[in-house]
Design a binder for this molecule. Structure first.
Ligand SMILES: [Zn+2]
Length: 247
């Protein structure tokens, strides 16, 4: 369900049944002349929208305003909108704290921007990961008081880490494409992989006749196809079902 369309009784049911709550996270960034600037966020949104029809989940309004960087092209007349990660962090911290206050304990964000090495992290995902862990500390301290971790009720803390009852599992960040997916599907910027993915997930965001094949990073988009995009989409949906625990 779309969060903004939910009634309080539905929110209470989603909390009681521990539905996954999913934030599509991304940027607005120049993706060549042939692709919509919202690509990185759109591919997340469209994937989650497919899952939302299949399973019980809460789809939060997406956040497009990540730290795009101007590494690809300058913003003037090209469209990249960059917000620095040090401004994202306090926003993420407050937003996650608010979601915990509502009662959600199964929160996930998916991001597809500079995520080819997700374990190391890049500014957008690191700001949201940092915001998430700090929000959990803030919430626990306000809820349980100082010394909450040392309390005897936490004696099984280390053995609970993999099972989900560890509070630091309440919010998890995921790349849209894992290293296993990247081994089977091209990870690129505005080239064959991303162009194919948008063709499959959001065809109105692709105008192939505008492709500028002189730019090194868009050249392979010439070989993009809906079929390849559908392969990527299916790998992504499998990964999402897996991390949301609905497989
Ligand atoms: Zn992209």
């Amino acid at each position: 369900m779309r969060y903004e369309m939910m009634f309080p009784y539905q929110i209470r049911a989603a909390i009681d049944e521990n539905w996954p709550v999913v934030l599509p996270l991304g940027v607005l960034e120049y993706h060549g002349e042939h692709l919509a600037v919202g690509l990185d966020t759109l591919v997340v949104i469209k994937s989650v929208e497919i899952l939302e029809k299949e399973i019980d989940l809460v789809l939060l309004p997406p956040f497009h305003y990540g730290a795009a960087s101007y590494a690809v092209e300058p913003p003037e007349r090209n469209g990249t909108l960059h917000v620095d990660a040090d401004k994202l962090y306090p926003f993420a911290r407050e937003m996650f704290k608010g979601l915990l206050r509502i009662g959600f304990r199964n929160i996930h964000f998916f991001v597809h921007h500079q995520t080819e090495n997700f374990a190391a992290g890049m500014p957008t995902d690191l700001a949201f990961k940092f915001g998430a862990s700090q929000a959990i500390f803030d919430f626990l301290q306000a809820d349980r008081g100082e010394g909450w971790w040392g309390d005897s009720k936490m004696a099984d803390y280390y053995s609970q880490q993999s099972t989900g009852s560890d509070p630091f599992n309440w919010i998890k960040g995921h790349p849209l494409m894992t290293s296993e997916i990247i081994a089977q599907f091209p990870f690129d910027h505005a080239a064959q992989g991303e162009t194919s993915l948008l063709m499959a997930l959001c065809p109105e965001g692709v105008e192939m006749e505008r492709l500028d094949a002189d730019k090194w990073y868009t050249k392979s988009a010439e070989t993009a196809s809906v079929a390849l995009g559908e392969k990527g989409r299916d790998l992504i949906l499998d990964h999402m079902r897996d991390v949301l625990g609905v497989k």
